[in-house]
Design a protein. Structure first.
Length: 343
């Protein structure tokens, strides 16, 4: 039997999650000397209890182990701070103690179920990935089976959860890309959804002879995935150290010998090292112009050696169309594919 995502429970979870992140620091400070502040805090606590009761009601009719992967993933991510807030409330407020304790205990049990279910699912798959048997068609088939599990409004699906869990990618810090980097032309971190990456891999026709380079790579998901699918070498270039370090740990953990993460400025990267380039709206303005000149120089070198350069741009096709020596060969929604002009 297929279970639908408990939408009302997820709405309650989202509200409780946001409320918990606000309440926890206040409860730990226990600064409620101001009468108005104390009243507002009590109202928030009542709201938290109300939200968590609705959450429990939404989960009562579900087989927790059979909820969609995206739902279980969100529960695993957002339940811990909610449970912590309830436990803190039980410890600091005698009026709400019993209800908060019971709710925290019940949600802790649900969280354990979600964790155990997904641990049993992913442990053997991770082993297959690391010994090299989960590659190519077998990996793409596994991801494609989860594409229809769409519980997010931004294009992400169960395939994204599947890939992140397989690679054990850590959650990036909040608010990545500082103000001064934005001024230099860098765009905030935004991973491309797996469904689009699968399409890109198919359209680029990558092979083990290719070296794929992701400019402004974030944690490096595209390079890792496309290398696993096609056997190509992959180089991910990311300026922000926290993101690059997440990628490096995933590469080492999963023994991805054909994948390299470089923590540095794309302007310092040797473009001669790759023949396929990919960008998901990583920068703009003068920085993009500089990258365009470096691409043009790489194309010119390739021409003298009879090579062809391929470039895939997501949400930045108009800029790439201005790079000398590149011609648009395919446009697929927000993704454009370019090749260098043959001599």
């Amino acid at each position: 039997m297929e279970f639908r995502s408990p939408e009302s429970a997820l709405r309650s979870l989202g509200h409780a999650f946001n409320l918990s992140r606000t309440l926890l620091p206040r409860m730990r400070d226990q600064d409620f000397s101001n009468g108005a502040r104390a009243q507002h805090h009590r109202e928030n606590c009542q709201e938290l209890l109300s939200d968590t009761q609705l959450l429990l009601k939404g989960l009562e009719s579900c087989q927790l182990e059979e909820l969609p992967l995206t739902t279980r993933s969100r529960m695993r991510r957002e339940l811990p701070p909610v449970i912590s807030a309830l436990q803190e409330l039980a410890a600091t407020d005698s009026i709400f103690r019993i209800q908060a304790e019971e709710t925290a205990m019940t949600l802790s049990g649900a969280l354990t179920t979600f964790r155990e279910t997904d641990s049993a699912l992913f442990a053997p798959l991770r082993q297959q990935l690391r010994v090299g048997t989960l590659r190519g068609v077998s990996l793409s088939s596994l991801l494609e089976k989860n594409l229809n599990d769409r519980r997010f409004l931004d294009g992400y699906s169960g395939a994204d959860v599947m890939l992140d869990e397989l690679l054990e990618l850590e959650e990036p810090p909040d608010r990545m890309t500082e103000g001064h980097l934005l001024k230099e032309g860098m765009i905030h971190y935004q991973p491309l959804w797996v469904g689009e990456l699968l399409s890109i891999g198919s359209n680029l026709k990558l092979s083990p002879e290719d070296t794929f380079c992701d400019l402004g790579a974030g944690v490096g998901r595209p390079g890792m995935l496309l290398s696993l699918l096609t056997g190509c070498r992959a180089i991910s270039v990311e300026y922000q150290t926290p993101l690059a370090e997440i990628g490096k740990r995933a590469i080492e953990r999963n023994k991805l010998d054909c994948v390299e993460m470089i923590n540095g400025d794309v302007r310092d990267f040797d473009f001669q090292r790759a023949n396929v380039f990919y960008m998901f709206n990583p920068f703009h303005g003068k920085l993009f112009s500089h990258v365009g000149r470096m691409l043009a120089a790489r194309i010119e070198t390739a021409r003298t050696h009879g090579e062809q350069i391929r470039v895939c741009g997501v949400a930045n096709g108009p800029f790439l169309s201005l790079v000398p020596g590149l011609v648009l060969v395919k446009s697929d929604g927000i993704t454009q594919y370019f090749e260098s002009i043959q001599p």
